[in-house]
Design a protein around this ligand. Structure first.
Ligand code: M6R
Length: 357
């Protein structure tokens, strides 16, 4: 039930701090360290390469997951769209392990890919919100999201839950391989939950950004680099699916290779700046679009902020920024859709779970 909330989407955005805390609880051992089923750890440790397969928002979570597996656990990882994978299976490594990410566990494209993987005799893990879903039953192992039912068609809390679970798996693998890194993930995720709460307290600011930038927009761009780029793809999907504004996420450095031709007087460009090593680069990209009269808005993070930034996120571990930088983008989409009179929870032409290929 959505209780006092006008829409499920708003309720689900604001549940995210609780979901992160629930995930910490569910994946913690007696000593407070993150943990997962040892048989899953051993399956991962036998793999020479991971293949993440998913659709839509779950695919976007997979793009972040790849960074975790490679940076924390040093396992090469590929991310594939389920609908492409089925008809164009890539050259696989000697010992692949497949990870299916799906909120519903019922997405037909992902299921079709799982069927192919099983035919080839490979092992699979499903990361899903729905126990006993098709993908959960048919994969060898399941990791649950513990996000509670997600009703709005636009996925919000499942995305952050997926990223949190992927971070936990990668960190557990890191420790199992004896890779030293100064990170206490349970503690860092607790900081994320608090940061999310602070961001939710600023929702009026995101409503203002939505009305300033998007009330009459025909199109909108989201730009970022590295992890911020992955979040920009998700921000653009969110905006297009519920507000029907044509929205695209671009890697900042790619603008000059084509997309900058689309910038006109007043084109809204929302930039994320949460990554220290590319902070100056993304700000350079913002200057390039502003020089073409774009209407820009920078969302940065404490410690990396500069004057003129529209919103400064509380600081979290730099690998975990997608968990918080997506929240303003979710709110901005929500309010943009609301101001434009769209049916936020049930956008046209879309279903919550896509059970046809
Ligand atoms: O249930 P799944 O995670 O497998 O669903 C995948 C996509 O259909 C889903 O994420 C879709 O893109 C959402 N409407 C995005 O908000």
């Amino acid at each position: 039930e959505k209780g006092t909330y006008p829409h499920y989407m708003l309720k689900e955005i604001e549940e995210q701090p609780f979901v992160i805390r629930k995930i910490i609880q569910q994946y913690q051992d007696e000593d407070g360290n993150v943990t997962i089923d040892p048989s899953i750890v051993s399956e991962f440790n036998q793999a020479d390469r991971l293949y993440i397969v998913a659709a839509g928002t779950s695919y976007h979570a997979g793009l972040v997951g790849k960074q975790y597996f490679e940076k924390l656990a040093q396992i090469p990882t590929e991310v594939h769209l389920a609908s492409e994978f089925v008809y164009n299976i890539p050259l696989l490594s000697k010992k692949p392990l497949f990870i299916f990410i799906s909120q519903s566990g019922e997405t037909a494209d992902s299921r079709a890919a799982l069927v192919e993987v099983k035919k080839l005799g490979y092992k699979s893990v499903t990361i899903t919100n729905v126990p006993d879903s098709t993908l959960s039953r048919e994969a060898d192992y399941t990791l649950l999201l513990h996000a509670g039912p997600e009703i709005a068609v636009a996925s919000t809390k499942a995305y952050t839950a997926q990223i949190a679970v992927l971070a936990i798996v990668a960190d557990v693998l890191r420790k199992s391989k004896g890779i030293e890194k100064d990170i206490d993930l349970a503690h860092e995720l607790a900081i994320v939950a608090n940061a999310m709460e602070e961001i939710c307290d600023s929702k009026d600011e995101f409503e203002t950004i939505a009305s300033d930038y998007l009330s009459f927009a025909r199109n909108a761009f989201f730009i970022g680099r590295t992890l911020d780029y992955a979040v920009c793809l998700e921000g653009a999907l969110k905006l297009k699916e519920i507000s029907y504004i044509q929205a695209e996420g671009f890697a900042g450095g790619e603008l000059k290779h084509g997309p900058i031709a689309l910038i006109e007087d007043g084109t809204p460009v929302i930039a994320l700046a949460t990554q220290e090593n590319v902070n100056l680069n993304i700000r350079g990209n913002v200057k390039e679009v502003v020089a073409r009269d774009a209407y820009s808005c920078i969302i940065s993070m404490e410690g990396l902020e500069m004057s003129g930034d529209r919103f400064i996120l509380p600081a979290v571990h730099e690998l975990l920024t997608p968990l918080i930088s997506v929240v303003p983008l979710q709110y901005i989409s929500y309010y943009a859709a609301l101001h434009r009179g769209c049916d936020v929870d049930k956008p046209r032409n879309l279903a919550k779970s896509v059970t046809v290929e």
